[in-house]
Ligand binder design. Sequence first.
Ligand code: GCB
Length: 600
Amino acid sequence: MANKLLLFALLLAFAPSLNAQQTDLITNIEGRNTTSLNGQWQVIIDPYESGYYDYRYQPSNNGFFKNAKPRTKSELIEYDFDSSGSLQVPGDWNTQTDQLFFYEGTVWYKKSFDFQRKPNTRLFVYFGAANYFADVYLNGQKIGQHEGGFTPFNFEITNLVRDTGNFLIVKVDNKRRRDAVPTLMTDWWNYGGLTRDVKLIETPTTFVHDYLIQLQKGSRNRISGYVKLTGEKLNQTVTVRIPEAGISKSFATDAHGFAAIDFNADLKLWSPENPKLYDVMIEAETDQVRDQIGFRSIETRGTEILLNGRPIFLRGVCIHEEAPLRGGRAYSREDARTLLGWAKELGANFVRLAHYPHNEFMIREADRLGIMVWSEIPVYWTIQWENPATLENARNQLSEVIARDKNRAAVVVWSVANETPLSDARLLFLKNLISYARSLDPGRLLSAAMERHYINDTTQMIDDPLGEYLDVLGCNEYVGWYDGLPEKADRLEWRSKYQKPLVMSEFGGDALYGNHGDALTRWTEEYQESIYQHQIEMLKKISFLRGTSPWILMDFRSPRRPLPRIQDYWNRKGLVSNRGERKKAFYVLQTWYRELANTR
Ligand code: GCB
């Protein structure tokens, strides 16, 4: 009996992480032959999940995914997608209708489409993201499920798709769960739905599934990585061409379709001053993919961060994936351009994309604009450190964002956690993520927003044991907001146990745009301005500081912020309001960043 129980507990522990039907992520969607499924999708709001469970709370064989219609006038069917409402995809559901503003639960999405698949092709359905849990069905059959609200996934539908009358149905559930990643408590809005692009990807029967084409760690003239084919003809010759650099190198793939690539290359390196991207062609016998790739080295030496071998200071700002001006989840290239444009105006060469992987547009635009990126997974606050399924889930989200963005020069840091409380279990969990990230992508720096503490009234100590395993130390501090008044920063000294670079990954305070008063009156622009003034003087004195990303570029929605007339469910720590107005602190930071740009 005890054994049975143990087995059951183990099964239960691993159940939510089963991704059995999921195809490995296809790299570089922009370079593929795709058909958009964006637009209006029919939806059914299903708070009791009666489209999934029967009245005994057992999964039903006859759920809404069947898209049934009464065949006779007597037949009883209690749902109908086609006369229910519709929602725009991509998009969160919360900001599309008042009815769903605070909703956390299940919404069923349905899209009909025709598709004439050409002979000798394969077809995949690709989701940029679905928050949080997705069950996906095509023509009444389950094709897969996915957990995690901010990373892409795809399923093969080659043998299921019909020329006409396909119906793709997705049950999206954004209920928060204690064991999930993130867990129950966050400081951002739980926007639900098909929040990013949905596409069909058509490929040859054997195709270039994945590749890593980046500079080898520590080198500025040697490219190393791999190309991976999927399909029946796995032994092929693949050629990597970078015409502008006069490169054409061929490799033979092995019986698994895998070829390690490794060659010298004389390249103009990517940097914020010159964000050079090369056209790169990956040509197999049966498939070709084109990408735009930048090449740069990133490493640390003592307390320095070196970009292309030269010390650099990361002049950054944090950003949530909140749509500028319109509100709701950001989802478009225009959203990315606006947000990154404001960061540039601020004088930034770096952004921390908090607290989860943002959409691919952000990374692609950062690549083009020359903005370095800190990319993060939602291991936030009080995750269940001892739950193996939670770890598996975090690992999966990490592997998906690395799979998607590993060829983007802009991404310089993978961050595995934010403000997680010290414990042995937490350290084990995060060490596991760090070594996993290094195994998937040896080239980038690893960081996390760690814990730090006072050793006396005026000394902050960084000695979180996690620091030993990171390349870059991250610290969030709110001196002047949650921790004393702004002038407290004047007396503070920072110490670190580690000879490593520090990025002050958060600081700041709330101000309602247009709310004025003296520098000691909370919620005014003047108070926030004063925080930045005192902070900057303090930061200048930290000898091992190599970057800053204050909290945050723009006001963002949070259910934890109910104060009427000031917050109204917005976290007001933005340097820019949700309507795009610059607050006074914006200019304080801009002045410092301009100074730094001229002196470093
Ligand atoms: C933090 C968190 C961030 C919050 C911020 C705040 O430390 O990392 O997610 O939004 O503080 O505004 O309190």
